[in-house]
Ligand binder design. Structure first.
Ligand code: 5GP
Length: 120
């Protein structure tokens, strides 16, 4: 069974404005902000506003409008950051083998340099 959603996770706190983040985009469904420890010249995290632990949780429970809104937000964030022409990577870690650290779904958007092979 999946872990319950923890309202004290760091991204829940960012959503509530309790801790700062370098926000780049927000709409009804999603918030995007710069990763605090960037692994590429552009490293943005896009999160849904709803209480979802992971991509697994989100894909199973979110409404069609939440899913559509979130997917569109990820695309818009990358587009608005100017990453499309050169290319970028969108990635979600799910659970322990993937090294997911924060238990609120986040899609990483990496760009600004060649990103190399998918798994390092
Ligand atoms: P994960 O390993 O869960 O896929 O990625 C978590 C990401 O969140 C990491 O890249 C990490 O640098 C980032 N992160 C962790 N805490 C904070 C924070 O307080 N603010 C921001 N902006 N990013 C964070």
């Amino acid at each position: 069974p999946m872990q319950p959603y923890d309202d004290d996770n760091i991204f829940a706190r960012i959503l509530r404005g309790e801790i700062p983040a370098r926000r780049v985009y927000e709409d009804d469904h999603a918030l995007a902000f710069h990763d605090i420890n960037p692994l590429a010249p552009s490293h943005i995290l896009v999160i849904p506003k709803g209480r979802y632990v992971s991509w697994d949780d989100f894909s199973a429970r979110a409404s069609d409008s939440e899913i559509a809104g979130f997917v569109r937000a990820v695309g818009k964030v990358a587009r608005d950051a100017g990453l499309v022409a050169a290319g970028y990577r969108a990635l979600a870690n799910v659970g322990g083998h993937a090294g997911q650290e924060v238990p609120h779904l986040h899609v990483h958007v990496f760009g600004g340099r060649p990103l190399g092979p998918m798994l390092a």
